[in-house]
Design a protein around this ligand. Sequence first.
Ligand SMILES: [Zn+2]
Length: 66
Amino acid sequence: MTDRDRAASCQGPYGGEGDPGDCGDPARFEVARHRRTPLRVCPVHLGPSLLLADAVLWPPVVILIR
Ligand SMILES: [Zn+2]
């Protein structure tokens, strides 16, 4: 797996720093967070990450990245 692939993998559902998560699916959305790097998630984890990840903005700001 290349760095580029890793960067585009889902970090859901919790988006912990340095935690790759246990999903590994390609990320399709980027969730904006307060003073943290945006969280990249797959469609399955978009909903859970909005509710469970740290520092997610509310109302959510979600960007489609691919
Ligand atoms: Zn996922």
